[in-house]
Design a protein around this ligand. Sequence first.
Ligand code: NAP
Length: 309
Amino acid sequence: MKIVVHIKGEAEQWREALADAFPEATVLTSDACAEERKNADYLAVWKPPEHLLREQTQLKAMINLGAGVDYLLRTPGRPKEVPIAKLRDAGMSELMADYVLYGVLHFYRSFDRYAAQQANAQWQPHPVEEKSQWPVGVLGLGAIGAHVAETLSQAGFPVSGWSRSPKRIEGVNCLHGDDGLENILSQAKTLITLLPDTTETRGIINAKRLGQLPQGASLINPGRGTLVDENALLKTLDASEGLRGAMLDVFPEEPLPADNPLWRHPKVTITPHMSAPTPLHDAIDQVIAYIRDFEAGKSVTTVDPENGY
Ligand code: NAP
């Protein structure tokens, strides 16, 4: 068996861990020469170069070393018939839940207002609403979104979640379809976008949908930058009856260019795609389990390229 790993900055750690788990296998990083790299059985990759995909002839599977599979699906030269497994949770959901809870509390407890007041030495406490009066909407109830929704519900917020297929999550009002989305948008004081980047979801948070949110609502986007129409977001942030603020972790172009107006917008908090970095050990365990299951002919949940996630 041959496994080739490609992930910037971590490839050697991955290579060593996979070589320990599969002592009979040849495990290489993509830095190996082309002759050695070819005829791999598995690619374990994050943002692989096109040539690495094109040169393979007998792949059994590719494993995407992250939850978002949009980059790999778009990479030219991807062998279409080869199944793709992706990281599912692998320790990311807990990190993401921390990030989102922080973001919801940021708006719910008026930390955005206090930061603005501090610049003017203004001492002005704001009343705290009951949590029951602060509905939160979570778009995307996958491995990460479902845990985020549960965490917010356990923290006392009324939570509605939206997915493509019907779901049941304790403490979460699970909705789907266009009506479900409208229902969530009409109520959410904080909206969280944890959808994948697909042809259906790109630009889903557009001017119309931002306009459906209650006046003074807030947006947290740790999913994918392409979900939000940036111009529409800037317009609604500048409108007197528009959004109160946004906390953004992901952008269509990363790093976010220095001249992007979001950097300097007083109602925007920016973090550099750090909401849920993949914990290495959990991820390695999951990839080892995937390869064992593929080798044993067991069924592995794989990405549906048609749906894009
Ligand atoms: P996932 O398990 O693939 O789940 C995706 C969810 O989105 C599912 O609930 C799915 O519905 C729903 N969905 C997809 N297309 C939809 C549509 N057209 N309409 C309604 N719902 C739709 O993804 P995940 O692992 O939870 O990750 C969520 C996102 O977080 C990913 O896009 C990833 O890129 C992002 N992420 C970001 C970071 C970071 O550090 N910023 C880290 C990890 C992940 P069904 O349940 O019905 O299939």
